[in-house]
Design a protein around this ligand. Sequence first.
Ligand code: PEP
Ligand code: MN
Length: 338
Amino acid sequence: MIIVLRSGATSEEVDDVCRRIEAMGYRPHTIRGELRTVIGAVGDDRGKERLRALESLECVENVQPILQPFKLASREVKSEPTIVEVDGIAIGGRRLAIMAGPCSVESREQMFEVAAKVKAAGANVLRGGAFKPRTSPYAFQGLEEEGLKLLKEASRETGLPVVTEVMEPEKVDVVAEHSDILQIGARNVQNFSLLRRVAETRKPVLLKRGMSTSIQEWLLSAEYVLSGGNPNVILCERGIRTFETATRFTLDLNAVPVLKRLTHLPVVVDPSHGTGHWEYVESMAMAAIAAGADGLIIEVHPRPAEALSDGPQSLKPERFAQVMARVRRVALALDREA
Ligand code: PEP
Ligand code: MN
């Protein structure tokens, strides 16, 4: 249920309503909007009649059921878009979030070269995988802690914040220490203990869509992080499995306007994994921004032919600069900046 307060409700009144909600066995989540505050009461819906009684309070405008199965992620609870602040960058704001870098951190030389080049081309977040979720146990698994250190060094050198994947609850603290955004990969979108653990850090989370996850399931995964007390969730569409084999995955750009309707969370798109081939990245990057995405995450490697993972879909830095120039023109047409 959501308890909508009258505009001008005081913080004492908000606290009083929260206490009453708790006393009824619900968890209150206060969301302060520009015009009014709403309080989501999360818990067993069977007690909703008791919550309805809160309408008798002067500061309460009304008490309504939340119709979607995801609650805190829904537009019903929060109509204004969420902006996730990362090191001075407002993800979900007018300026696009452009995350770029290699699939895997491979060496200091590779990381420093790519970081400087993606920054020069206009990226505002550096990506790089240190723990890699590889389909085969024989494939390169990442430089692990050593990779995290290199990422942090490249971040210090360029001033770009870092997004990197965390695959296990036990590694959340060390990954959080070395990064600014925790990436939950497609294969872990329904790893609920991992989601609960990243919620505890309160760090921004980039939650990728699973390759067989419906939008509703994906938003319920976001709900694990939000209800765990971490409001800083960024959703990332990265392609789903379909019968089509001409591309690695099918980038579901329908998800962008659908998510914009269902949720207030920022949405970014990954045209690299979504297509699996560097030649298609530019078109789908432009299409994603045209569809209303708040940003992109793109794989860039100084020498894709030598990449230890995802070489075929990685852009050379010069090509990335060209993609950025075209994305910028699309952004301008939509009154956004890149
Ligand atoms: C990645 O970002 O390199 C990655 C493995 O992504 P996904 O989880 O979307 O496959
Ligand atoms: Mn990759």
